[in-house]
Design a protein around this ligand. Structure first.
Ligand SMILES: [Mg+2]
Length: 189
């Protein structure tokens, strides 16, 4: 019941934005669930942050694909938990492996797998280093402090829209500039 209420609210929030990401990527530990899965065993019964499930289902229903980028050193436990939670099949890509980089290799793989450009992705993670690095790749990246929730979703979608409109404005500016410099005006300079 609670999941349904969150899902409806999440769908309403998503509907408020004209531009939407094509793919939303989530970290696992301390973003979707409140623990490091490497510290647990496959026999444990995992649970997500209270609003995570509703948000995942709302994105799916709105036609936005979802994926995972996790540096967990125990992908077998992570995958078992995703299965136990009944959400494993929701994700179009699951990149779960430890890495020395701040997830640049995870995102390269996700891009290759989904063919979605970085500037059409939105990413949630609880680690500063990942947010900084991945946002430099062109992905709108949002730091979460207490897991993914409706407030983080709203903020993320707002930041995504803002980044897209800045991008469009810059493109337009560049078009105008190149039109000017290639036209007769160049003779007037
Ligand atoms: Mg994390």
């Amino acid at each position: 019941m609670e999941d349904d209420r969150v899902k409806n609210e999440a769908m309403e929030i998503i509907g408020q934005f004209q531009v939407q990401p094509r793919l939303v990527v989530f970290d696992l530990d301390y973003t979707l669930w409140p623990f490091y899965c490497e510290c647990l065993s496959k026999r444990n019964v995992p649970s997500l942050y209270p609003q995570a499930k509703g948000i995942l289902y709302a994105l799916k229903d709105k036609g936005v694909d979802i994926a995972i980028a996790s540096r967990s050193p125990t992908p077998d436990i992570a995958n078992t938990f995703l299965e136990k939670l009944g959400i494993k099949s929701l994700f179009v890509a699951k990149e779960i492996f430890s890495s020395w980089t701040h997830k640049t290799d995870h995102f390269q793989k996700i891009k290759n797998r989904t063919a979605v450009p970085y500037n059409e992705m939105l990413f949630f993670d609880d680690e500063d280093g990942n947010i900084e690095t991945v946002s430099k790749m062109g992905v709108t990246s949002i730091l979460v402090h207490d897991g993914v929730n409706l407030a983080a979703l709203r903020y993320g979608l707002a930041m995504f829209s803002q980044n897209r409109s800045t991008l469009e404005k810059n493109k337009q500016r560049w078009r105008n500039f190149s039109k000017k410099t290639s036209s007769s005006e160049i003779g007037e300079l």
